[in-house]
Write a protein that binds this ligand. Sequence first.
Ligand SMILES: Nc1nc2c(ncn2[C@@H]2O[C@H](COP(=O)(O)OP(=O)(O)OP(=O)(O)O)[C@@H](O)[C@H]2O)c(=O)[nH]1
Ligand SMILES: [Mg+2]
Length: 196
Amino acid sequence: IFYLHYHSCFRTLCCKGPPPPRPEYDVVCIGLMGSGKTSLLSRLCSEATDNIVPTTGFSIKAVPFQNAILNVKELGGADSIKKYWSRYYQGSQGVVFILDSASSEEDLEVARTELHSALQHPQLCTLPFLILANHQDKPAARSVQEIKKYFELEPLARGKSWILEGSTVDNMDMVKESFGQLIHLLEEKDHEIGRI
Ligand SMILES: Nc1nc2c(ncn2[C@@H]2O[C@H](COP(=O)(O)OP(=O)(O)OP(=O)(O)O)[C@@H](O)[C@H]2O)c(=O)[nH]1
Ligand SMILES: [Mg+2]
């Protein structure tokens, strides 16, 4: 009886301690202007989204998830900022690329070019990518399958770790789920480095 009591006391004390610190990862978030980067990141931080303006320069948010914290650096998508994106890649451990699935053919082409250069950039090419085909709520949105084909992801990103998911600001559960998959890839990479 004493043992049982002692045991449950021990458990009570230990199990109610502070939770272990969550790992943090530095992630860069890119995508054309209006693709929804700030909207999705603000929602993930439970911030209001009614007064969002285009990002000038960059903006950093610590986005909390159950098992990790992502320090996400969003780089503005305007043409004047886009040309400097690569200056801000250093130190990133993962990449989030957001695109507007309902944009014009022309803009989609630009998004594809940008994604391809990110996937091939020396500072990003070995990192896990989360690609979100956003604006899926719009009738004109291309499906995730169409985007995958159009962006030639399978041939180009072969051998890399990437995730492509549809998204919309109206379904944040799905967005959280997609970020969860990215966190899983970041953790795997962390363990790989630990083994070397
Ligand atoms: N219908 C719809 N609108 C969206 C979605 N995501 C974002 N928007 C809208 O798109 C507009 C631009 O969103 P932002 O979050 O500012 O886009 P951004 O990628 O941060 O743009 P920059 O900072 O200029 O690079 C806003 O009016 C959002 O409300 C979506 O999934 N569906
Ligand atoms: Mg923005």
